[in-house]
Design a protein around this ligand. Sequence first.
Ligand SMILES: [Zn+2]
Ligand SMILES: [Zn+2]
Length: 270
Amino acid sequence: MSERKPSPFPVLLNNDVCSLIQAADDVYQVRFKNRAANAYVVRGSSRTIMIDVGLTSNYPCLVECLHHLDCPPEKIDMVVLSHEHLDHIGAAHYFKGRTYIAAHRLAANKIMLRDDFSMLRKMFNEPNVPIDVDLWLEEGNLIDLGNFRLDVMHTPGHTSACITLFDQDKGLLFAADTLMPGGVMGGVFGSGSIADYIQSLERLKGLNSRILLSGHGRLSDTPQEDVRIAIARSHGLLSDTAQLFDALDARSNFEPIMQSVRDLNKLDDS
Ligand SMILES: [Zn+2]
Ligand SMILES: [Zn+2]
């Protein structure tokens, strides 16, 4: 029987709702035990940020973790949202007026217009509270925390608006739902695309990453392997989808759709 190797990441706090795990010096993962995505704290020498914040209902536990790190919400200089899904950003409204909130411009636009469908509001049963995005990010922006320098990479695929943050010196890869441990992918939602996803993963493959800090699941110290598996899976997904479209490519399958379009437009009704 093979022994499972112990996790290199120490657990600092663990209760019924969440756990707080150290990913690297001054880098922490808050891992919730419900459907909320992971939140991260990066405590730099000149600025401290959070990457994603989880659901509204997780906020008390998030605050508990922040106090444990002696880093209460008032000390957070910026909250960076990885994309528009509410399991990642639901609790962001609590930071309004206390700190800057940043997201890729495509996510910011959906969030500011309250595009509930894109944000999956009903799916996560979140309250209808506005989240204001102060800083609209782009590919190539740099978030400078003093001893951490995070490159903003636009990595669409899961949605159109996903970003990955990468610290080149420390090899820290904050990939949210673009790449997860074991090469698990985040699925392709309304504004996303498998082809974009593959291109984003190919970009991540080229990085000298050492630790993967994902939107869901554990921390991983094998990001290169994870990304290789994800790329293989994504090509499989692409060919499955092509086969699906081939199978549907019969006139009879399209006829009901064409009929409903005609009905909608009342083409023969005059
Ligand atoms: Zn997502
Ligand atoms: Zn997610």
